[in-house]
Ligand binder design. Sequence first.
Ligand SMILES: Cc1ncc(COP(=O)(O)O)c(C=O)c1O
Length: 350
Amino acid sequence: MDISGLLADLVGNTPVLWVPELWSGGERGFWAKLEGYNPGGIKDRPALHMVAEARRRGALRPGAPIIESTSGTLGLGLALAGVVHGHPVTLVADPGMEPLMRRLLLAYGTRLEIVAEPYREGGWQAARRARVRELMAGAPGAYCPDQYANPDNAAAYAGLAAELTAQLGRVDVLVCSVGTGGHSAGIHRVLREHSPDVRLVGVDTVGSTIFGQPARPRLMRGLGSSIHPANVAYDAFHEVHWVAPAEAVWACRRLAAARYATGGWSVGAVALVASWLARREPPGTRIAAVFPDGPERYFDTVYGDAYCAEHGLLDGKPEPEPEELPHPAAAEAERWTRCAAVTRPAGAAS
Ligand SMILES: Cc1ncc(COP(=O)(O)O)c(C=O)c1O
């Protein structure tokens, strides 16, 4: 029996759920694509695809090691790809990785390194990537997928876009969180073939540099970055929203209590923005929002009262409207903020 093939077959064909908007419920709402139904989360798709393509091109030889920087979700996907294709996997993370995620990655047989200090320029991400380069230099034949710049990351989402089209037909607005930029770029590109007018709305965290805001320490993981990943398709975005951690916590908890849907920081942030769009867009507008993962790794953060109280994240309902910025760098976003003029920040590769 081909056990590897059976494992890989578990990835994809995730369900969609109708979510009434979070403020008041009622008629308006959006469709959530539940990527938490993959064995590891949304990143199972790019992990399998990047590894398969590298093997096909000969960049990854049979049995050679895979080394990558991750906040967690891609690590789960690479652990899966390592088992499916027979490669040892080394992951480089930072101290913010949740204990549950660390244990899970070790249980799945990966080697895990935690960097000790952020870099002054580029923060934790730059520190993680520098360590990956060191490890690569000491391991001839090793392969680094480089999820931030590898076009196979974005290309891996063609299947997700096809699933959305089969499930929903026409899509008018696609709402995606942005970390490496992979899923927003890849889904939007393919969705346009069937829904040529689909608008892409990006969701980032306050304190992230991706769309031109200054870097600040960030609590939310998964979405956001301290670098400018080359996979971000700046030209494709119609607007961007920055969400603060307390707002994402409110949305996550409301989603769970009222809609029986759960997930992490990016799920809460995306649900908040998709709910607002559902109130604001004309009736009948079909909004699809991507929920990247499930709740497990967030039990002690998003769903942990002690953690939330310690970080002041239980302050209640967000404002019903975002702050508006005329330009992404016009002011520093402190709370939920929107900008309808997305530009490529100075310093981002074109
Ligand atoms: C939980 C979670 N949400 C959102 C994202 C952002 O996705 P992307 O890297 O495709 O932009 C990530 C990326 O690691 C993630 O792990």
